[in-house]
Design a protein around this ligand. Structure first.
Ligand SMILES: [Zn+2]
Length: 295
Protein backbone atom coordinates (compact mmCIF):
# COMPACT_ATOMS: atom_id res chain seq x y z
CA UNK A 1 0.00 0.00 0.00
CA UNK A 2 1.37 3.38 -0.92
CA UNK A 3 1.77 6.07 1.66
CA UNK A 4 2.90 9.67 1.40
CA UNK A 5 6.63 9.70 0.86
CA UNK A 6 8.57 10.43 4.01
CA UNK A 7 11.23 13.10 4.14
CA UNK A 8 13.88 10.43 4.51
CA UNK A 9 12.69 8.55 1.45
CA UNK A 10 12.54 11.73 -0.56
CA UNK A 11 16.12 12.45 0.41
CA UNK A 12 17.10 8.95 -0.69
CA UNK A 13 15.46 9.55 -4.04
CA UNK A 14 16.90 13.01 -4.46
CA UNK A 15 19.75 12.29 -6.92
CA UNK A 16 18.31 13.00 -10.33
CA UNK A 17 17.38 9.97 -12.31
CA UNK A 18 17.95 10.14 -16.05
CA UNK A 19 14.22 9.66 -16.45
CA UNK A 20 13.44 12.66 -14.26
CA UNK A 21 15.78 14.89 -16.24
CA UNK A 22 14.45 13.63 -19.54
CA UNK A 23 10.85 14.07 -18.46
CA UNK A 24 11.65 17.67 -17.62
CA UNK A 25 13.40 18.28 -20.90
CA UNK A 26 10.45 16.83 -22.73
CA UNK A 27 8.02 19.03 -20.86
CA UNK A 28 6.02 21.28 -23.11
CA UNK A 29 6.13 24.05 -20.52
CA UNK A 30 9.11 26.12 -21.58
CA UNK A 31 11.52 27.02 -18.84
CA UNK A 32 14.06 25.33 -16.66
CA UNK A 33 14.36 21.57 -16.67
CA UNK A 34 12.83 19.28 -14.12
CA UNK A 35 14.72 18.70 -10.96
CA UNK A 36 12.48 16.49 -8.97
CA UNK A 37 12.84 13.14 -7.26
CA UNK A 38 11.23 10.06 -8.62
CA UNK A 39 7.70 9.50 -7.42
CA UNK A 40 6.15 6.50 -5.78
CA UNK A 41 5.83 3.73 -8.28
CA UNK A 42 4.83 0.33 -6.98
CA UNK A 43 2.51 -2.16 -8.53
CA UNK A 44 -0.25 -3.62 -6.41
CA UNK A 45 -3.07 -5.94 -7.31
CA UNK A 46 -6.49 -4.68 -6.34
CA UNK A 47 -9.93 -6.16 -6.28
CA UNK A 48 -12.22 -4.72 -8.92
CA UNK A 49 -15.74 -3.43 -8.70
CA UNK A 50 -18.23 -2.27 -11.27
CA UNK A 51 -17.66 1.37 -12.04
CA UNK A 52 -20.30 3.74 -13.39
CA UNK A 53 -17.48 5.90 -14.75
CA UNK A 54 -16.00 2.98 -16.67
CA UNK A 55 -19.37 2.00 -18.08
CA UNK A 56 -20.08 5.57 -19.10
CA UNK A 57 -16.94 5.81 -21.20
CA UNK A 58 -18.00 3.47 -24.02
CA UNK A 59 -17.93 5.72 -27.09
CA UNK A 60 -20.86 5.85 -29.49
CA UNK A 61 -20.45 4.29 -32.91
CA UNK A 62 -19.23 6.59 -35.60
CA UNK A 63 -17.83 9.38 -33.46
CA UNK A 64 -14.33 7.98 -33.73
CA UNK A 65 -14.40 8.28 -37.52
CA UNK A 66 -15.45 11.91 -37.32
CA UNK A 67 -12.34 12.60 -35.25
CA UNK A 68 -9.89 10.72 -37.43
CA UNK A 69 -9.63 7.43 -35.55
CA UNK A 70 -9.80 4.00 -37.22
CA UNK A 71 -11.60 2.39 -34.28
CA UNK A 72 -13.42 3.50 -31.13
CA UNK A 73 -11.48 4.07 -27.95
CA UNK A 74 -11.82 0.83 -26.01
CA UNK A 75 -13.68 1.15 -22.71
CA UNK A 76 -11.12 0.91 -19.91
CA UNK A 77 -11.30 -1.97 -17.42
CA UNK A 78 -13.04 -1.29 -14.12
CA UNK A 79 -10.69 0.75 -11.94
CA UNK A 80 -9.18 -0.59 -8.70
CA UNK A 81 -11.52 -0.84 -5.71
CA UNK A 82 -9.14 1.25 -3.61
CA UNK A 83 -7.59 4.49 -4.78
CA UNK A 84 -3.97 5.29 -4.06
CA UNK A 85 -4.42 8.60 -2.25
CA UNK A 86 -5.22 9.22 1.40
CA UNK A 87 -6.01 12.34 3.37
CA UNK A 88 -2.73 14.08 4.17
CA UNK A 89 -2.17 14.46 7.91
CA UNK A 90 -1.26 17.89 9.31
CA UNK A 91 2.32 18.73 8.36
CA UNK A 92 2.49 15.72 6.03
CA UNK A 93 3.32 15.52 2.35
CA UNK A 94 1.08 14.28 -0.45
CA UNK A 95 1.90 11.26 -2.56
CA UNK A 96 4.12 11.98 -5.59
CA UNK A 97 3.06 10.05 -8.69
CA UNK A 98 5.09 9.86 -11.88
CA UNK A 99 3.34 6.76 -13.28
CA UNK A 100 0.28 4.97 -11.90
CA UNK A 101 1.06 1.47 -10.63
CA UNK A 102 -1.24 -0.81 -12.63
CA UNK A 103 -0.94 -3.75 -14.96
CA UNK A 104 -3.91 -2.53 -17.03
CA UNK A 105 -3.09 -1.44 -20.56
CA UNK A 106 -4.32 2.04 -19.81
CA UNK A 107 -2.74 5.48 -19.89
CA UNK A 108 -3.96 8.76 -18.46
CA UNK A 109 -4.29 11.97 -20.45
CA UNK A 110 -3.49 15.20 -18.62
CA UNK A 111 -3.82 18.63 -20.23
CA UNK A 112 -2.12 21.65 -18.72
CA UNK A 113 -2.13 25.44 -18.38
CA UNK A 114 -5.37 26.41 -20.16
CA UNK A 115 -4.31 28.84 -22.90
CA UNK A 116 -6.14 27.47 -25.94
CA UNK A 117 -9.93 27.32 -25.64
CA UNK A 118 -10.92 25.51 -28.81
CA UNK A 119 -14.68 24.79 -28.91
CA UNK A 120 -13.99 21.92 -31.30
CA UNK A 121 -12.11 20.13 -28.54
CA UNK A 122 -15.18 20.29 -26.29
CA UNK A 123 -17.17 18.62 -29.06
CA UNK A 124 -14.46 16.03 -29.63
CA UNK A 125 -14.07 15.17 -25.95
CA UNK A 126 -17.82 14.74 -25.53
CA UNK A 127 -18.34 12.71 -28.69
CA UNK A 128 -15.42 10.39 -27.94
CA UNK A 129 -16.26 10.33 -24.21
CA UNK A 130 -12.58 10.91 -23.66
CA UNK A 131 -11.50 10.91 -20.01
CA UNK A 132 -8.77 13.42 -19.15
CA UNK A 133 -7.58 15.58 -16.28
CA UNK A 134 -6.95 19.31 -16.49
CA UNK A 135 -4.21 21.10 -14.55
CA UNK A 136 -5.06 24.78 -14.77
CA UNK A 137 -2.98 27.88 -14.07
CA UNK A 138 -5.15 30.78 -12.95
CA UNK A 139 -3.43 33.52 -15.00
CA UNK A 140 -3.56 31.42 -18.16
CA UNK A 141 -6.95 29.72 -17.81
CA UNK A 142 -8.68 32.95 -16.77
CA UNK A 143 -7.55 34.82 -19.92
CA UNK A 144 -9.94 35.22 -22.85
CA UNK A 145 -13.24 33.41 -22.35
CA UNK A 146 -12.05 32.20 -18.96
CA UNK A 147 -12.94 29.27 -16.74
CA UNK A 148 -16.36 28.69 -18.31
CA UNK A 149 -14.66 26.79 -21.12
CA UNK A 150 -13.16 24.32 -18.67
CA UNK A 151 -16.48 23.87 -16.91
CA UNK A 152 -17.80 22.65 -20.26
CA UNK A 153 -14.95 20.15 -20.48
CA UNK A 154 -15.40 18.97 -16.92
CA UNK A 155 -19.05 18.04 -17.44
CA UNK A 156 -18.67 14.72 -19.26
CA UNK A 157 -21.59 12.85 -20.88
CA UNK A 158 -21.48 10.10 -18.21
CA UNK A 159 -22.58 12.50 -15.45
CA UNK A 160 -20.78 13.34 -12.24
CA UNK A 161 -19.20 9.88 -11.90
CA UNK A 162 -17.44 10.36 -15.23
CA UNK A 163 -16.60 14.07 -14.84
CA UNK A 164 -13.19 15.20 -15.99
CA UNK A 165 -11.07 16.49 -13.14
CA UNK A 166 -10.07 20.14 -12.80
CA UNK A 167 -6.84 20.37 -10.82
CA UNK A 168 -4.22 22.80 -9.60
CA UNK A 169 -1.27 24.10 -11.64
CA UNK A 170 -0.59 27.26 -9.53
CA UNK A 171 -1.77 30.85 -9.84
CA UNK A 172 0.97 32.13 -12.16
CA UNK A 173 3.11 29.18 -13.35
CA UNK A 174 6.38 29.96 -11.54
CA UNK A 175 9.33 27.66 -11.05
CA UNK A 176 8.41 26.81 -7.45
CA UNK A 177 11.95 25.79 -6.56
CA UNK A 178 12.97 29.44 -6.81
CA UNK A 179 10.30 30.60 -4.34
CA UNK A 180 10.34 30.79 -0.55
CA UNK A 181 7.91 28.48 1.28
CA UNK A 182 5.34 31.23 1.94
CA UNK A 183 5.33 32.30 -1.73
CA UNK A 184 4.88 28.68 -2.76
CA UNK A 185 1.95 28.42 -0.38
CA UNK A 186 0.31 31.45 -1.99
CA UNK A 187 0.74 29.99 -5.48
CA UNK A 188 -0.62 26.56 -4.58
CA UNK A 189 -3.22 27.32 -1.93
CA UNK A 190 -4.39 30.43 -3.80
CA UNK A 191 -5.24 28.29 -6.81
CA UNK A 192 -6.91 25.68 -4.56
CA UNK A 193 -9.18 28.46 -3.31
CA UNK A 194 -9.81 29.90 -6.79
CA UNK A 195 -10.74 26.53 -8.29
CA UNK A 196 -12.92 25.59 -5.34
CA UNK A 197 -14.76 28.90 -5.63
CA UNK A 198 -15.22 28.45 -9.37
CA UNK A 199 -16.08 24.74 -9.55
CA UNK A 200 -17.35 23.92 -6.07
CA UNK A 201 -14.74 21.22 -5.46
CA UNK A 202 -11.32 21.53 -3.89
CA UNK A 203 -8.81 19.88 -6.28
CA UNK A 204 -7.20 16.69 -5.00
CA UNK A 205 -4.33 16.79 -7.47
CA UNK A 206 -1.55 19.29 -8.09
CA UNK A 207 1.11 19.54 -10.78
CA UNK A 208 4.08 21.84 -10.25
CA UNK A 209 5.03 23.88 -13.35
CA UNK A 210 7.98 22.28 -15.24
CA UNK A 211 7.76 19.35 -12.79
CA UNK A 212 9.93 21.40 -10.41
CA UNK A 213 9.34 21.14 -6.68
CA UNK A 214 11.04 20.72 -3.33
CA UNK A 215 10.08 19.79 0.21
CA UNK A 216 8.41 23.17 0.78
CA UNK A 217 6.18 22.51 -2.24
CA UNK A 218 4.96 19.25 -0.77
CA UNK A 219 4.35 20.76 2.65
CA UNK A 220 2.41 23.65 1.13
CA UNK A 221 0.37 21.37 -1.11
CA UNK A 222 -0.46 19.02 1.77
CA UNK A 223 -1.51 21.92 3.95
CA UNK A 224 -4.22 23.06 1.55
CA UNK A 225 -5.83 19.81 0.63
CA UNK A 226 -3.73 18.33 -2.20
CA UNK A 227 -3.64 14.53 -1.97
CA UNK A 228 -1.22 13.79 -4.81
CA UNK A 229 1.41 15.60 -6.84
CA UNK A 230 1.10 14.36 -10.41
CA UNK A 231 4.17 14.29 -12.65
CA UNK A 232 4.66 12.44 -15.97
CA UNK A 233 7.04 10.41 -18.07
CA UNK A 234 5.38 10.84 -21.47
CA UNK A 235 4.92 14.14 -23.30
CA UNK A 236 2.65 14.72 -26.29
CA UNK A 237 4.27 16.99 -28.86
CA UNK A 238 2.49 17.87 -32.13
CA UNK A 239 2.54 14.58 -34.00
CA UNK A 240 4.10 12.09 -31.61
CA UNK A 241 4.59 11.27 -27.98
CA UNK A 242 8.04 11.36 -26.43
CA UNK A 243 8.96 8.87 -23.76
CA UNK A 244 11.30 9.11 -20.81
CA UNK A 245 11.92 5.39 -21.21
CA UNK A 246 12.57 4.05 -24.69
CA UNK A 247 10.13 1.45 -25.95
CA UNK A 248 6.93 3.46 -25.97
CA UNK A 249 4.00 3.44 -23.58
CA UNK A 250 3.91 1.40 -20.39
CA UNK A 251 0.84 0.54 -18.28
CA UNK A 252 -0.18 3.47 -16.10
CA UNK A 253 1.73 6.10 -18.04
CA UNK A 254 0.63 9.68 -17.44
CA UNK A 255 0.71 11.65 -20.70
CA UNK A 256 1.36 15.38 -20.48
CA UNK A 257 -0.34 17.52 -23.11
CA UNK A 258 -1.27 21.21 -23.20
CA UNK A 259 -4.20 23.38 -24.19
CA UNK A 260 -2.51 24.72 -27.31
CA UNK A 261 -3.66 25.97 -30.68
CA UNK A 262 -2.22 26.41 -34.18
CA UNK A 263 0.10 29.22 -33.08
CA UNK A 264 1.95 26.97 -30.65
CA UNK A 265 1.49 23.78 -32.68
CA UNK A 266 2.96 25.01 -35.98
CA UNK A 267 -0.45 25.22 -37.62
CA UNK A 268 -1.88 22.02 -36.13
CA UNK A 269 -5.17 22.37 -34.24
CA UNK A 270 -5.67 21.09 -30.71
CA UNK A 271 -8.11 18.45 -31.95
CA UNK A 272 -5.64 17.19 -34.57
CA UNK A 273 -2.95 16.99 -31.89
CA UNK A 274 -5.33 14.95 -29.70
CA UNK A 275 -6.20 12.70 -32.66
CA UNK A 276 -2.49 12.07 -33.22
CA UNK A 277 -2.11 11.20 -29.54
CA UNK A 278 -5.11 8.84 -29.46
CA UNK A 279 -4.04 7.08 -32.67
CA UNK A 280 -0.64 6.40 -31.15
CA UNK A 281 -2.18 5.19 -27.87
CA UNK A 282 -4.45 2.82 -29.80
CA UNK A 283 -1.68 1.63 -32.11
CA UNK A 284 0.33 0.60 -29.05
CA UNK A 285 -2.57 -1.46 -27.71
CA UNK A 286 -3.65 0.93 -24.95
CA UNK A 287 -6.77 2.84 -24.07
CA UNK A 288 -7.40 5.93 -21.93
CA UNK A 289 -8.67 5.66 -18.34
CA UNK A 290 -9.67 8.33 -15.82
CA UNK A 291 -6.83 9.32 -13.53
CA UNK A 292 -9.22 10.16 -10.69
CA UNK A 293 -10.47 6.53 -10.68
CA UNK A 294 -6.95 5.36 -9.73
CA UNK A 295 -5.66 8.20 -7.57
ZN1 LIG B 1 2.43 24.19 -17.25
Amino acid sequence: MLTPISGRLRAALAPLSAAAVLAGLLAGCSGSGANSPAGADKAGASARTESPAARATAPDDGAYRRWGLDKPLAAPPAPPAARMTREVKEGGAPLVVRRVPTKDKVVFVTIDDGAEKDPEFVKMARELKLPFSMFLTDDIARAGSGYGYFGGLRDAPGGKAAANGVHNHTLSHPNLRTLAPEAQRREICGQQDALEKRFGTRPALFRPPYGNYNDATLTAAGSCGVKAVVLWEVTMQINDMRYAQSGGLRPGDIVLAHFRGPQELKGTSMTKMVTNMLRSIQAQGYTVARLEDYL
